[in-house]
Design a protein around this ligand. Structure first.
Ligand code: IPD
Ligand code: CA
Length: 277
């Protein structure tokens, strides 16, 4: 009897999942960039209208990603920032998408906004891509296969001294949470070289992955903010964890080279960084 090759749906190899992720993320990034260019060229200049445009782009990009996944990988599950989750009883694969990470930058035209797309198999992230939609820079990783920026292998910082460490972070949108985060920041600042805040968690993780900053931490991140970037940072040699051995997630995510992770972690614990709103 003639042997048939497995359907693409059954392919669970990280490299195959990454290939699909990259194809989809590139088209999604094109849509995000185009929608912004069209909004700007039609001279929408008030904040409320521009905010609506951002919302429309977020949703349009996520719908496009979902449709393409339905075509290329029918049956897989999906978790997205805008439309929540679609479960699957037939596939071990779940995709996690932030259609536009860095929405405030998108609103202002700052070239730091990205499409973030990751693939999990049985709950473990095995492939991820973060594409800066404004610049076309693209970071990728597969589990055990290393991390890359536009195809070039990347490694995190070799810094070992917390006092010399350039630390990225971010803030939530809730005022009470920000108040607590500001307190943590003022407690940490005297112990590090300096702080950077770019406004897109997925890109912050990629910057840490290639040593443009030494380390990164943030409270309040959702899976779509860190699924792809977290894998990229880990594959670039960073430790990516929460506090006290927890998985990275809502209470805290720290991404740091192994030598810096402990000192940064201990300062954040002492400052009750996962506390507050
Ligand atoms: C936000 C950005 C920001 C981070 C926030 C995120 P969004 O995502 O990643 O840098 O500080 O915690 O919510 O709203 O731009 O997709
Ligand atoms: Ca977003």
């Amino acid at each position: 009897m003639r042997q048939t090759s497995p359907e693409p749906l059954n392919q669970l190899e990280p490299v195959d999942l990454l290939k699909t992720a990259v194809e989809i993320a590139r088209r999604a990034a094109d849509t995000a960039r185009r929608m912004r260019a069209e909004a700007v060229s039609s001279a929408i200049d008030t904040k409320s209208t521009a905010t609506d445009v951002v919302t429309a782009a977020d949703r349009a990009v996520e719908r496009q990603v979902a449709e393409e996944l339905r075509t290329l990988r029918p049956g897989d599950a999906l978790l997205g920032e805008e439309y929540g989750s679609t479960a699957s009883s037939t596939s071990a694969v779940r995709w996690i998408v932030d259609p536009i990470d860095g929405t405030v930058n998108y609103l202002y035209g700052l070239p730091q906004y990205a499409v973030s797309l990751a693939a999990e198999v049985d709950g473990v992230v095995v492939a991820g891509v973060v594409r800066n939609a404004a610049t076309g820079d693209e970071w990728t990783a597969t589990l055990g296969g290393g991390a890359f920026h536009d195809g070039r292998p990347i490694r995190g910082s070799a810094q070992t001294e917390l006092a010399q460490t350039l630390v990225g972070t971010g803030f939530g949108y809730d005022a009470a949470r920000r108040l607590h985060q500001a307190g943590v920041l003022s407690g940490l600042l005297p112990h590090v070289r300096d702080i950077r805040r770019w406004g897109a968690a997925s890109l912050d993780l990629c910057f840490a992955a290639e040593g443009l900053i030494d380390a990164y931490y943030e409270k309040g991140l959702n899976p779509w903010d860190h699924a792809a970037g977290g894998l990229i940072a880990r594959e670039a040699g960073l430790t990516v964890e929460g506090l006290n051995g927890a998985e990275p997630g809502l209470p805290m995510l720290i991404a740091a080279p192994p030598a810096l992770f402990g000192p940064l972690h201990d300062h954040l614990v002492a400052l009750n960084a996962s506390g507050g709103a």
